[in-house]
Design a protein around this ligand. Structure first.
Ligand code: SF4
Length: 170
């Protein structure tokens, strides 16, 4: 069953929801304004892919509350374009969050994640189970960003590709 929450006090930006599923320490560092990602070639590549991979489709980019930036495709679809499919759970929860956010505004859509480099496309549907997952994620984001100190380093294969690698390990 769908849970009722105080969405206004829990809402956050899409990147933070994504980072929750990548690494809680990364989420905390990002929330504190330590942003090293913008210099990354991969992010630049992601932006280029996002801007040029689907030139024939009509999209509208919508920024809501300065928190989420969504590509609206057609009447009933929203889309995220991702450079890599290395972190599919993080991609999925981010798009589910966008769908959930829109639903709070009375707009119901389905989601699509495009991985142009892999020529892959994943459909995302906001089921009631997925809604509960989003709510739990929002609560967890709040818990993490309210911590006084960053969560401990969680050594994982992803670390070497993380923009905070030097911050954590050097
Ligand atoms: S380097 Fe590893 S531990 Fe540090 S923020 Fe990135 S993923 Fe997390």
């Amino acid at each position: 069953m769908e849970e009722r929450i105080d969405f206004q006090s829990l809402k956050t930006n899409g990147v933070k929801i994504n980072y929750l599923y990548v690494c809680e320490r990364k989420l905390w560092l990002f929330d504190r304004g330590i942003q090293m990602e913008s210099r990354s070639d991969k992010v630049l590549m992601g932006k280029l892919l996002g801007e040029h991979s689907y030139p024939k489709e009509k999209t509208r980019e919508v920024l809501i509350d300065d928190l989420i930036n969504i590509d609206i495709v057609g009447d009933d679809e929203i889309r995220e374009v991702k450079y890599s499919n290395r972190l599919p759970d993080a991609d999925r929860i981010q798009l589910l969050y966008y769908l959930y956010y829109l639903k709070q505004l009375g707009i119901e859509k389905r989601g699509v994640i495009n991985y142009p480099k892999m020529r892959k496309r994943e459909e995302i549907v906001l089921t009631s189970e997925a809604e509960n997952e989003v709510i739990n994620a929002l609560r967890r984001v709040k818990e993490i960003v309210n911590l006084d100190k960053p969560p401990a380093i969680q050594s994982r294969s992803y670390c070497k590709k993380c923009s905070y690698y030097e911050f954590c390990y050097v």
